[in-house]
Design a protein around this ligand. Structure first.
Ligand code: SF4
Ligand code: SF4
Length: 444
């Protein structure tokens, strides 16, 4: 084993609870707890719907999947039906990718994604816990648990996961598509790098952030996490990297609310203590910031949930609010490596009003040509595009973005979401950067 491989992440290891990884589901007590504190009765919210169908026309899944009835049915109509008679949740809820575009489209503030997440959780409660679909979805939803094990021997895991036999097994037995390349684990996780360097290199009483890196930046793309650290330190921020679990995004998308609840509880307890100490919470992934800001308060009521939501920001958003990021980039002598960038705004960035920020930032820079590759969904939506039966739909949804990327000047893509990056690379073969990597190259 290489000495660069992660062999002793003590700080992170004790978070791993073996019960998290059982693909056959939570215990009945855990299932009941998943709905504790959950505002499961959303029938009053359904009354705000005036049937304009804006949500349906914004839904990328409804556009390609004729059997998917769309967000209006999944949300207000289903909850109205439940008011008349306590009907079962329709199984089509499992085809919603949780892109949350319908949330953004609704002019009447109907809590669509809250309705979908709640309905999905209720549907999954009734699923056969030994069915192939349930086991596959639970594995995908708990990527972080598997990553924690696989990243201990990254070279071996990468070789096994890239193997044709493994792909065949995943496709035939689990229903995980063999069309995609499994994302490689880094030889050194971000947390190992962070601990080896001795933590924050800057101390400050006034400028303090807690970095919520999520699983993907830790295990697969530590270069994004390192870029965040270097950029924020260059602006004089003291950084804390607290213990953390998955934000819950893939768990919400697969209706695994007991898993999401456990992860959210841990995160809220840890992060709210830091908020009390004056830290703001920064995410490099827009789905993580979405979960902490919107999904946690919509679905859970742990003490400190509201404070965590109010103090969570996406990284570039925070720097633009608190620093003269544009000015620093203008004054920088460094050249940006990839002056022609094809930018895709993730759906979850759109839902936070952040879909224009990278364009606004980089368009002001001399010598940088950034092109918006349209406002379509990338199609992968986290785990949706990894499911064998959804793969073709996923690629059909992404087609518009692929075409726009191919028409763009450069062959380097840019986005804030790791799974959108996966899909961009898969559909075009382009290298994909995170905005923080481009900022790091210019500033540090
Ligand atoms: S979350 Fe996305 S896929 Fe699901 S109903 Fe809304 S728009 Fe459609
Ligand atoms: S966009 Fe909102 S108001 Fe319009 S149909 Fe959908 S839920 Fe109803």
């Amino acid at each position: 084993m290489s000495d660069t491989e992660d062999t002793h992440e003590h700080e992170y290891e004790h978070e791993f609870d073996q019960s998290d990884s059982s693909p056959t589901g939570p215990t009945p007590v855990e299932s009941a707890e998943a709905f504790d504190g959950l505002n499961a009765d959303l029938r009053p919210g359904a009354d705000n719907c005036y049937k304009c169908t804006s949500c349906d026309t914004s839904c990328p899944v409804a556009e390609v999947d004729d059997e998917f009835p769309g967000p209006k049915f999944q949300g207000p109509e289903q909850w109205r039906l439940k008011r008349k008679e306590d009907t079962d949740i329709d199984e089509s809820i499992m085809s919603c990718s949780n892109c949350m575009r319908c949330d953004d489209a609704c002019p009447s503030s109907v809590p669509l994604s809250q309705m979908h997440n709640t309905a999905r959780g209720e549907y999954v409660e009734g699923m056969d816990k030994f069915s192939r679909e349930y086991i596959r979805n639970r594995i995908l939803a708990n990527y972080g648990t598997l990553a924690r094990i696989g990243s201990r021997v990254p070279r071996l895991t990468n070789a096994i996961m890239g193997n044709r036999v493994t792909k065949w097994f995943n496709e035939r037995l689990l229903g995980i598509t063999s069309e995609r390349e499994f994302p490689e684990f880094a030889h050194q996780t971000f947390r190992k790098w962070w601990n080896d360097r001795g933590g924050s290199q800057v101390t400050s009483e006034q400028k303090r952030i807690a970095y919520f890196h999520g699983d993907y930046s830790n295990f697969n793309t530590p270069e994004v996490a390192k870029a965040l650290v270097r950029v924020f330190e260059s602006f004089g921020y003291e950084i804390a990297v607290p213990e953390q679990r998955c934000s819950g995004t893939p768990m919400f998308a697969n209706g695994m609310l007991a898993d999401a609840r456990r992860a959210a509880k841990f995160n809220v307890e840890t992060l709210s203590a830091l908020v009390e100490d004056g830290y703001d919470i920064i995410c490099s992934c827009t789905s993580c910031s979405m979960a902490l800001r919107q999904e946690y308060p919509e679905l859970f009521d742990f003490e400190g949930t509201g404070e965590v939501a109010a103090h969570t920001y996406e990284a570039v958003e925070y720097l633009r609010l608190h620093e003269d990021l544009e000015g620093e980039l203008h004054d920088s002598d460094s050249e940006i490596d990839h002056p022609a960038l094809a930018y895709h705004a993730p759906c979850h960035a759109r839902n936070q009003g952040l879909h224009r920020q990278a364009l606004e930032l980089f368009r002001t820079l001399d010598g940088v040509d950034i092109e918006d590759v349209g406002d379509s969904c990338s199609g992968i939506s986290g785990t949706y595009g990894w499911k064998s039966e959804k793969y073709d739909y996923s690629m059909e949804i992404g087609e518009e973005m692929f075409e726009e990327m191919k028409d763009a000047e450069g062959t380097t893509g840019m986005t804030e979401c790791p799974t959108c990056a996966m899909q961009m690379e898969h559909g075009t073969g382009y290298e994909i950067n995170h905005p923080l990597e481009v900022i790091e190259a210019a500033l540090t």
